[in-house]
Design a protein around this ligand. Sequence first.
Ligand SMILES: Nc1ncnc2c1ncn2[C@@H]1O[C@H](COP(=O)(O)OP(=O)(O)OP(=O)(O)O)[C@@H](O)[C@H]1O
Ligand SMILES: [Mg+2]
Length: 250
Amino acid sequence: MVDKIKVDNLSCYYNRKCVLESLNINVIQNEILSIIGPSNSGKTTFLRALNRMNDLDLTYSRRGEVYLDGGSIFDISMEDLRRRIGMLFAMPTPLPMTIYENIVYAPKRLGLISKKSEQDALVERALKDASLWDEVKDRLKSSAMKMSGGQQQRLCIARILAINPEVILFDEPCSGLDPISTVKVEESMIGLKQKYTIVLVTNNVKQASRVSDRTVFFFMGKIVEIGTTDKLFVSPKEKQTEDYITGRFG
Ligand SMILES: Nc1ncnc2c1ncn2[C@@H]1O[C@H](COP(=O)(O)OP(=O)(O)OP(=O)(O)O)[C@@H](O)[C@H]1O
Ligand SMILES: [Mg+2]
């Protein structure tokens, strides 16, 4: 098993206040790693630290290192890093264009594709990988804004896939979706781990248990427990983890 990401003694601060303390954690290539934990435990901060999204915030600072394929993420240009590590947010954020244009927009701008045939092939591949192709193949030229929330979220996944990332970060991707759309997004995520490495923040512990290989439980900016999902949910080592996954707090 190869470490895709390695986080070494990472501490994160907003206005010098510590919100993540000395984290050591690895993300294994082609796994889905779920991060669970109550509100304010630092899950989003952690995710954003992995593609340097936090760096835009002037009150933010950090100590420690994050490695991608063994190299520091701070030695990679921001543009390359964002291409290699894509991120999906809680609310679907399609562009107000057609389904087709949503997918080719970024790859065209980045100069990854130009020919119509390349664009067509890319749209098909990305939509298939996002488990959306069958639902929309006959209406690629209609507006993305007319899709359901779950379809929009999978379109946003397809948009990320279109720029060939290596890692995808999901921050509560189903929190605004109904149960059926949630299942579809989960199915799409499970399919994606063949090609990509996935870190999923979710406040739905059942979702973590359904889709992830390993799960980590965060509390107040620290890792309480990390383990294979089967083990963590069946026989957690820590009482805090058990209380959280059984719904006794958080
Ligand atoms: N931009 C910011 N500026 C200042 N403080 C912040 C900022 N973003 C997050 N924080 C603080 O950092 C801590 C961790 O927040 P974070 O958003 O990472 O938690 P979370 O686990 O994702 O919570 P939730 O489940 O509610 O999304 C909180 O105390 C929060 O108030
Ligand atoms: Mg969050």
